[in-house]
Design a binder for this molecule. Sequence first.
Ligand SMILES: [Mg+2]
Length: 209
Amino acid sequence: MSLTLVDGSHGVRDARRFVLAVDLDGVVADFARGLRPVAAEWLGVPLDALTEEVSYGFPEWQLERCGGYDALHRFAVKQRSLFKNLPPVPGAPPALRRLSTRNIRIRIVTHRLYIPWFHQEAVQQTIEWLESHGVPYWDLCFMRDKAAVGADLYVEDSPANVAALRADGHETIVVVNSTNRHLPPPRAASWDEVEQLVVEALARWQRAG
Ligand SMILES: [Mg+2]
C-alpha cells in the first residue's frame, strides 16, 4: 500500500514514510528456542543435553554427528513445520502493532531461503506464522543482502548482518541474544527497549525531514 498526498503548491507527491526493516529469526521469532527440541529429536539426545547459550550456527550442539546444520534445517522446516511453529520473541508482536500505529512502514527482511528446493514450504509457513501472531507488515523480503532492501532503521540479531549494515551506514538496533552479546550499541534486551529506540529514531528522522 502506498499513500499519496495532494500538496497544494506542488501537485501530487508521495508521502514518505519511515521504513523499519525487521529481521525475523532471533528478533521476532525465537528461532533457537523453537529449533532446540527438533534438534534433540534429530540427534536422539535429551533436551537438556543441548545448551540454550548458543552461538550463531549452533556449533555447541555438535550437529555434524547427524549431517550438519543444513540437514537439520531441512528436516525441521519440511517435517516439523518449524517456521509455522516457532514461538514469538516475548513482546515482539504487540510492540510491532504499537509501532505500526505510528505511521511506520514495517518491512520484514529475512534470509530464510538459503537451502534450495523447499522455498514453497518456507514462504508459506512464514506468511501463516506472521498472520497467526498478528504481526503487522507491508513488505516481506526474502533477502540475503539486507542493506539492498533499503530502510531508515534496521532491527537485527546476526553479528555478521549487524556489522555489514553498520559498515554500510545503516542505523541498526541489535536485539540481544546469546549469539551477539559482544556487539556494540544501540542494543535492546527486550522489545520494550526496541520500541523505545525506534520511537526515538523516528523522532530524529521527523526533525531532520
Ligand atoms: Mg536473525
